[in-house]
Design a protein around this ligand. Structure first.
Ligand code: PMP
Length: 361
């Protein structure tokens, strides 16, 4: 391995990914805890069977059927020419960086945030930089303005709701950021968790802001993380730029047909969202009653802490069969919202792990 002609910045790097220990309660990657309903699974299987006989042919390179179905889901008069899907929003983001960033250019984000952003930057030979968020996890506009004026970024990305804090960005904040960055680059609002949030979507602003890209996914609220479909919603010109850097036939025929079918049953697939939101509120209230600080989340997870030695809490939760996430925010842990039973299991384990210590004078 040591004599491989690997790019210098990749030497010693590990593949990205959370631990995947097969524990009974896995609350570490913000999945929807509910699988697709049986009747939708059955319908998807029928549609897949119908395309399997054509697998000697390449799929539709432009994924027009899926883009039309996504347009139908989003409404607001958005046409297929403004939508671009790929294998997860991860791949959409990589395409955005390939098209708009690269050597000599930078990507700006606001920390703490999604830990894949520096990976997209590294892989596209883009310089990654962050501005710190305020104590309540919002954008510090004075700092952002200074940084952008001194060193204009080609791509600015902000997750709303943000991972790992769960805090959203208001529409006024999206407008302000767009004004700051649109002279030199594009603004990406990563709305992976939008369907769990009360905050209006940045999709409302697409008609006025021509450098805005809203990125979404079927992995979270739709409960289709295993399918790998995410999509950008933006201007037709930006979609055309992404089409230049995409690999031909990047979305398989089976992926396209399953996602297209799933969107016909959007209401059924999204039905658990209300329960996940109610459980998030219950979980946050319980933690606060027990003296634990919780960020104001609009997503399907909570950032909790400070917890003192959070690594010790993480390890002891694991011993109780509960897997949560260390995201690099000092003394904090992130816990996804699961089924009521899983959330209850988390509360039991958390009490067992932390209460003896809290009672010790
Ligand atoms: N954006 C954010 C903020 C995320 O937290 C995640 C998933 N953890 C993604 C994007 C990636 O989602 P996908 O499965 O669509 O690639």
């Amino acid at each position: 391995m040591s004599d491989l002609p690997l790019r210098a910045e990749l030497v010693g790097e590990a593949p990205y990914g959370a631990p995947t220990d097969p524990l009974p309660v896995r609350l570490n990657v913000n999945e929807n805890p509910y699988p697709p309903p049986a009747q939708v699974v059955h319908l998807m299987a029928g549609e897949v069977a119908a395309v399997l006989g054509d697998l000697n042919r390449y799929p539709d390179r432009e994924a027009l059927g899926l883009r039309t179905a996504l347009a139908g889901y989003l409404g607001r008069g958005l046409g297929a020419e403004r939508i671009w899907p790929a294998n997860g929003s991860n791949e959409v983001m990589q395409q955005i960086l390939s098209a708009f960033a690269g050597p000599g250019r930078s990507m700006l984000s606001f920390a703490p945030t999604y830990s894949m952003y520096p990976v997209y930057a590294r892989d596209t030979m883009t310089r990654y930089r962050t501005e710190p968020r305020t104590a309540d996890h919002r954008i510090d506009f004075a700092g952002a303005q200074r940084s952008i004026a001194a060193d204009p970024p080609s791509v600015t990305v902000v997750a709303s709701p943000n991972n790992p804090t769960g805090t959203p960005l208001g529409l006024d904040e999206v407008r302000r950021l767009h004004e700051l960055v649109s002279g030199s680059g594009v603004l990406v609002v990563d709305e992976a968790y939008a369907e769990f949030s009360d905050e209006p979507s940045a999709l409302h602003l697409l008609d006025g802001l021509d450098r805005l890209i809203v990125v979404r996914t079927l992995s979270k609220a739709f409960g289709l993380a295993g399918l790998r479909v995410g999509y950008a919603v933006t201007s037709p010109e930006i979609v055309d730029a992404l089409r230049i850097v995409r690999l031909p036939y990047h979305l398989s025929a089976t992926t396209q047909i399953v996602a297209t079918t799933a969107l016909r049953y959007a209401e059924e697939l999204l039905a658990p969202v209300a329960e996940v939101v109610a459980e998030r509120q219950r979980q946050a209230a319980w933690l606060r009653e027990h003296g634990v600080e919780v960020a104001d989340s609009q997503a399907n997870f909570l950032l909790i802490g400070p917890l003192g030695d959070s690594h010790d809490v993480f390890t002891r939760l694991q011993q109780h069969g509960v897997l949560v996430r260390e995201t690099g925010v000092p003394a904090c842990l992130r816990v996804s919202i699961g089924t009521p039973e899983e959330n209850e299991a988390f509360r039991r384990a958390f009490s067992a792990v932390t209460e003896p210590r809290r009672e010790t004078p």
